[in-house]
Design a protein around this ligand. Sequence first.
Ligand SMILES: O=P(O)(O)OC[C@H]1O[C@](O)(CO)[C@@H](O)[C@@H]1O
Length: 549
Amino acid sequence: MSSLSLSLLGAARAGAEAQVPGLLDHEFASRLAAKDHTLWGPAAESEAAERLGWVSPFESAQALLSQIGQLRENLAAEGVTRVLLAGMGGSSLAPEVICASDDVDLVVLDSTDPQQVAATLTDLDRTVLVVSSKSGSTVETDSQRRIVQRAFADAGIDPQSRTVVVTDPGSPLAQQSEQDGVRALFTADPTVGGRYSALTAFGLVPSGLAGADVETLLEDAEDAAEVLFADDAANPGLQLGAAISATSPLRDKLVIVDAGSTLVGLGAWIEQLIAESTGKDGTGVLPVIVADGEPELTREAGDVLVVEIVDVEAEDGASVDADPEETVVTPHVVRTGGSLGAQFMLWETATAVAGAVLGVNPFDQPDVESAKAAARGLLDSPAPAAGEPIRDGAVEIRTRGDQVLLTSGQATVAESVQALLARVPDNGYVAVMAYLDRIAESQLGDLRPQLAAQSGRPTTFGWGPRFLHSTGQFHKGGPAVGVFLQITAAADHDLQVPDRPFTLGSLISAQADGDAQVLADHGRPVLQLHLSDRGAGISQLLEVVGELG
Ligand SMILES: O=P(O)(O)OC[C@H]1O[C@](O)(CO)[C@@H](O)[C@@H]1O
């Protein structure tokens, strides 16, 4: 029996009431279960035909469990118990939440920041590297793999015997792994897209190797699927999908409150799923993750739906409560609870529903490629800086030709940030994009509530390049109502990417510049601040933004 629960209030409830009858008429849920690729219209048909494997991952996932368990035992017998996962977006977000929720250690390497990558190169004698990439060609993952394997070799450890690969059959990574030999090669179901792959080898292999209870995860998900694929008005997948997509003008901001649920980090996984799946063709839903206690401010903005993820006791069957007795202050709320496996299935189903209601293809990410291409171009031939940057203490206000919004005339950080915030439209949002070390420099995240307070608008915070595989799609493909604060930093020690003509420092810089360029090309305001000294620059930014009047 599923432990899913869902409550809807205000516009969320109205959205569900408006849309669910139509979804039932179309037998959306049972057609989804039957992998009907016509559900999202003719333009999405060919892609959808190859992307619906996530609705029934259970049989092939079960077959994996004993292989994962055996490999974990063999590695443990050699004293190898630390799992280091290299992978971006859908190839690392699910294992991160699975392990954190199960209180199991997993080191996630989803960065190209030289400092953050270098910090993971410890305890190599007891480390296994899991390289996860569906395409097998993502530059971040390939660079991480090369660096960690070189570190193994330098430590006198055979890199191949400590590398486990998860990828699609026939990908460049699969071919190379077959050629070079690796400890284990897991090929995943190619009919499951990256962000829908939580219950495939991408979610299960790293999590299972780290010691998470992936068996229960799968059982819970399978129980939930029974409820989610029923043509029933009480189906929480239909209700949630309709609630988040059919409540215009509220629908384009979804504030996810981290209210201390035991599903640690689920918000970041939902963020990628919703932002990359819906943020395109000028429409979509922007997830905004906030801490508990803070949402009052954002709620006052009035044009957001608030999602609260709560812990629920396992119940007999799924419950959908459209009129909870509890009094809540927030007018427009989605409140959901249930096991992690059930939540994965719920949100994947709801996202498929939301795509259909919004009229977008929820399985592609057309605008992610543009930033990747710009980064590749800049890596091959870096753009010369247009004149001297404006300096204010440890922060440089960068003006790179016509690649980013010029802040000419604004001589200080305070003035330039104020000028950026003045550009936020009434229905807009602020996005902070920080290309720094998200572990050691996490205090920079305090900028988010500060800027939300200053602007009075929903404010997101993404660590680069991780967010490029998540909200990055929405920034460029969604409604043009965002303003963008990009923060980059000098690295004390750069890292060469073995056998590649670039360092991590030049890669992350090209990624930041490439994204800024594409945002500016889309007419989005971008302010680029570069910290010449990380510690001093972070303190200065927090102080300056905190004091903005
Ligand atoms: O698993 P891959 O192919 O390395 O891709 C990583 C991520 O990049 C994207 O393809 C595009 O951002 C995501 O959808 C995906 O999760």
